[in-house]
Structure formats: C-alpha cells, structure tokens
Design a protein around this ligand. Structure first.
Ligand code: MG
Length: 208
C-alpha cells in the first residue's frame, strides 16, 4: 500500500488530554507524520540520546481504501479498507518545549522509526471499530489500556472533518490518538502495542 501521508489526531481521549494538561478539544487536533517514519514489527525504534525523553502512544490506525474528499460522516467508514495498530512515538521533551513556545511539534513526531505499524487487516474482518481494546506493554508490563469507545471524535467524524480540507488518498493513514498512560522508553526496552481483533506490533528501542 502506498501512503502519501499519515494524519495524526491529538488529545482525542479525555484522560489523555488531561495528562497532557490540555482541555478536551472542541474540534479534532490534526498534525502530520511523514511516511518515512514507518517501520514494521520487529524493527528497532531508534532515537538519539540528545533528543531527551521519548514516549510510546498506542493508537488505532485507519487506512484509506480510496480517495476521500468532503465525505459525509454517515458514508465515512466505507472509505476505510484496513486497520492496524500504530505506535505514535513522540520525542516528548522536544514536543513540550515547542508547545510552551507556541512552535510546531513536527520534529517531535517525525523522526525516522517513529511510526511503528502492524500488518494491516481488512476493515471488514473487524467486528466493531467503536469497541476495541487497546493495550501497550513495555518489557511485559502493562503501561496503557483503553477502548476506542472513549474517543471524543470517532473514526467517521475524523474522516469527515479531515476530508473537508485535505484529500485523503488510497493508502493514507489516520492515527486516531492514544488513551492515557503514555510514558518514556529506554534503551533496550521492548514495546508491544496491541488492539483486540486488529493485531500486535513489537519493537525494541535503541537510544544512541
Ligand atoms: Mg498520538
């Protein structure tokens, strides 16, 4: 699948917005990650030591099956062809500094290897995307647990909102935000993100 862009959603779970000291948003918060950051199961997440704290964020990824432009919410789910587990790796110190100074967070989200994504599964094979358990473990210890039913803006509303302004192409990815419990990753950690019925992705962390 060819991906022209990864659109990420910020603070789409109330408890995560709270842990980021942010008010729940009134409209989806959108930012981009480049496709060059994508890695697969078993590949290393690599982060330079001088970027400071680097966090995990387990998220449901929606993969577009065809071009979507100004799509109505009631039709939006028909545009999804696949789902995957996504780990929105974030250089948190760099992001926090950017937020404090009112600058873009692009660098904090866009580094090489900062987008681990599991092998996509067919959308039609998943029973209900509004009721999926998300879980993330570091070295076997559970760090994040959540359910897609807690999204502030559900997948159909994200697609309708984004496609009002940005054409989504076949293969484009929407990362729908993470539940609470984000935390740091250290050299040698093995981080495993999974979503019931969607899959699992495991990656080792290398700090250098
Ligand atoms: Mg995220």
């Amino acid at each position: 699948m060819n991906c022209t862009k990864i659109i990420c959603i910020g603070q789409n779970y109330r408890a995560h917005a709270k842990e980021m000291n942010a008010e729940p948003p009134s409209e989806p918060i959108i930012f981009l990650k480049p496709a060059s950051a994508l890695i697969s199961d078993g590949e290393n997440i690599e982060a330079r030591l001088d970027v400071g704290r680097v966090d995990h964020e387990v998220e449901l990824a929606l993969i577009m099956g065809r071009r979507a432009r100004q799509v109505a919410e009631e039709d939006a789910l028909e545009y999804i062809s696949h789902l995957a587990v996504f780990n929105d790796i974030t250089a948190r110190d760099i992001q926090s500094m950017a937020r404090k100074d009112g600058n873009p967070w692009a660098l904090a989200k866009s580094m090489d290897t900062f987008a681990p994504m599991s092998t996509p599964v067919l959308f039609s094979s998943v029973r209900d995307i509004h009721e999926l358990d998300l879980r993330l473990c570091v070295n076997g210890d559970v760090r994040q647990r959540g359910n897609t039913s807690h999204m502030i803006f559900p997948p159909e509303s994200l697609i309708a909102h984004i496609s009002k302004y940005i054409t989504l192409e076949e293969g484009d990815i929407i990362a729908t935000c993470t539940p609470e419990g984000v935390g740091p990753l250290n050299d040698g950690d093995v981080v495993t993100a999974e979503i019931s019925g969607v899959g699992k992705i495991s990656n080792r962390v290398r700090r250098y």
